[in-house]
Design a protein around this ligand. Structure first.
Ligand SMILES: CC(C)(COP(=O)(O)OP(=O)(O)OC[C@H]1O[C@@H](n2cnc3c(N)ncnc32)[C@H](O)[C@@H]1OP(=O)(O)O)[C@@H](O)C(=O)NCCC(=O)NCCS
Length: 181
């Protein structure tokens, strides 16, 4: 069973070590445990743990503003990748965005991060800009990607139908912490 639980100051402590493990395995410039604590406290920030049969196997963190979302962190444990969990996380973020009349979701991703870029493209994210030498560890450029939800929401069918399509057939849908991705 897969579930998503919002991390708060009240529930995050037992999971911080597992989050740190996944973060360290996933990024050249990992967030610290305190950074995750801060996100759990920040009312703008939505930090969600992804649980598979009760075990935390991934997480995502996005900032929800009045009409836009910025995805600032997403990771799945390396042993659990390639099974649709990343797709599940992005679907859940888009579902929440659609329920809040969010206009746009945007994020930054390393040029070399083909897996993440492909994942976002499958949901209809497109490149809207570049930040040269954004990542301090190797001077790599960041690609800025955005998903315009007004376009997603203007298609046929209800929002519920659209988000269920995102989850079941993401490939057919239309659709910071500086430098951590
Ligand atoms: C990016 C990440 C979250 C994807 O998680 P995942 O659970 O492996 O992704 P899924 O299994 O749901 O795959 C969804 C889609 O992503 C793409 N994808 C995933 N892994 C890929 C890979 N190794 N190469 C190319 N595309 C890949 C595919 O398009 C895939 O769709 P498909 O299964 O229909 O081919 C995971 O690779 C990760 O944690 N990476 C390290 C952290 C990171 O880079 N985060 C993103 C920062 S911007």
């Amino acid at each position: 069973m897969i579930s998503l639980i919002r991390m708060t100051p009240e529930n995050i402590e037992p999971y911080l070590e597992r989050i740190r493990e996944i973060e360290t395995l996933s990024f050249a410039g990992p967030w610290s445990i305190n950074a995750f604590r801060q996100e759990a406290m920040n009312p703008v920030s939505h930090l969600h743990g992804l649980f598979v049969n009760g075990a935390l196997q991934g997480y995502m963190c996005f900032w929800l503003f009045e009409d836009e979302i910025q995805l600032v962190n997403i990771a799945v444990h390396p042993k659990e990748r390639g099974r649709g969990l990343g797709r599940f996380l992005v679907t859940k973020m888009i579902e929440l965005a659609l329920s809040r009349a969010t206009q746009r979701i945007w994020l930054e991703v390393r040029v070399s991060n083909k897996a993440a870029r492909r994942l976002y493209e499958k949901f209809g994210f497109v490149e809207v800009g570049r930040r040269p030498k954004y990542y301090a560890d190797n001077n790599e450029d960041a690609i800025v990607m955005a998903l315009a939800l007004a376009e997603t929401a203007s298609g046929e069918g209800s929002r519920e139908e659209q988000t269920s399509q995102l989850w079941t057939t993401p490939s057919s849908s239309p659709a910071s912490r500086k430098g951590s991705f």
